[in-house]
Design a binder for this molecule. Structure first.
Ligand SMILES: O=C(O)C(=O)C[C@]1(C(=O)O)C=C[C@@H](O)C=C1
Length: 364
């Protein structure tokens, strides 16, 4: 390519950037107008709802449907995700608590869902995220709920039994683990590997074959593991990209998770009910009386109405020995007439039924 051609192309890019800049600014002014209208149409005692997950899902889906490349749908949606995040910050800066410390996969999930224009607050434990949201110190919380290799995150499920929370969104993250070392680490004398227990389990086969005799130490998070390794010469950490760059660690081995499709699903929790989008999921907690066939009775209405169950998990109820609650996720919104009918049927048989929330299926 000649210098001349390159110069001409760059001039075109400059002109396009000017247009993009103008359009983004116009969009941002539009969002400010939306905020003004929201404030102006409030009824007595009502507080404004700036963040609208159902609308955001619609915007991102539309972008993906209309996208004609060369950027792929995910990439294009990611760019629009950030534009919307900045527009929302003009209306109201969202505060989001997540399972910290900084550098965790939960932080990455929060950024994937809300974009980078939120004020994010790392919490030391899942229960603290719930408490922070319940206290109204933040607008939303982000917690992991299940991993495709290791299954349910029980702390999260149990926290739903203790706090009144509304689930208002979900996001899935591909989890890639790396073996990380600090600049002082002597890589041939590693005697200890730190990580969160779930991550150690997700890399068990790899560790068995590469570091069979090295002590595996479970710590409170992957980011905490990365932090510790920074100051030690004989240890390594298993953690992801965010933690690696935050603590300036080197990847000794990349993508060491046993299953290449290793993913974690995260939930957004708050107090805001989300209207239907036409492509939603609902999460409920049900406790049934301890009698034969109770689980069957619970599942039949879903089957009879053709409602797709996406997950069912059992946990001890904490209110009696050998009594259980079921966490069920299914496709549909609790305001859909079909779903309403199923929930009514179940509540006739159940000891207790609680709708945790209906929310748009993850778009990104
Ligand atoms: O449509 C709205 O209600 C808006 O506030 C605008 C907008 C956007 O930028 O598109 C911003 C924030 C909301 O979460 C959803 C959408």
């Amino acid at each position: 390519m000649s210098e001349q051609e390159l110069k001409a192309l760059r001039l075109r890019i400059d002109a396009l950037d000017e247009k993009v800049l103008e359009l983004i600014s116009e969009r941002a002014r539009c969002a400010q107008e939306v905020a003004r209208v929201k404030m102006a149409t409030l009824t007595e005692g009502e507080s404004p709802v700036f963040y609208r997950p159902e609308r955001e899902a619609q915007v991102l889906k539309r972008v993906m449907e209309r996208n004609q490349g060369p950027l792929d749908n995910e990439e294009m949606a990611r760019l629009f995700r950030e534009i919307m995040s900045s527009c929302l910050a003009l209306e109201q800066p969202l505060k989001v608590a997540y399972l910290g410390p900084e550098g965790t996969f939960t932080q990455a999930a929060a950024m994937k869902h809300f974009g980078h224009a939120v004020i994010s607050k790392p919490m030391a434990a899942i229960d603290e995220v719930f408490r922070e949201v319940a206290a109204g110190a933040v607008n939303f919380g982000v917690v992991p709920v299940e991993n495709s290799t290791e299954g349910a995150v029980n702390h999260t499920l149990d926290s739903f039994l203790e706090h009144d929370m509304v689930i208002c969104g979900e996001v899935e993250l591909r989890i890639h683990h790396h073996l990380l070392v600090g600049e002082n680490t002597k890589t041939d004398s590693i005697s200890r590997i730190y990580s969160h227990a779930q991550s150690l389990a997700q890399c068990r086969k790899w560790l068995d074959s590469h570091y069979p005799n090295v002590e595996r130490v479970a710590v409170s998070s992957n980011a905490e593991a990365a932090k510790r390794v920074k100051g030690e010469w004989n240890s390594a950490a298993i953690a992801g990209d965010m933690a690696a760059s935050l603590y300036g660690l080197t990847r000794l081995a990349e993508k060491i998770e046993d299953r290449p499709d290793n993913s974690t699903r995260f939930l957004m929790i708050g107090s805001q009910e989300v209207p239907p989008t036409g492509d939603d999921k609902t999460s409920i907690i049900v406790s049934m009386s301890n009698k034969p066939g109770a689980l069957h009775e619970l599942l039949v209405p879903f089957h009879d109405n053709g409602i797709d169950l996406t997950r069912i998990e059992t946990r001890p109820s904490r209110s009696g020995k050998w009594t259980y609650v079921f966490f069920i996720d299914f496709v549909g919104h609790h305001r859909d007439p079909l779903v309403k009918g199923v929930l009514e049927k179940i509540s006739q048989e159940a000891v207790a039924l609680k709708v945790l929330g209906s929310y748009p299926k993850a778009v990104l």
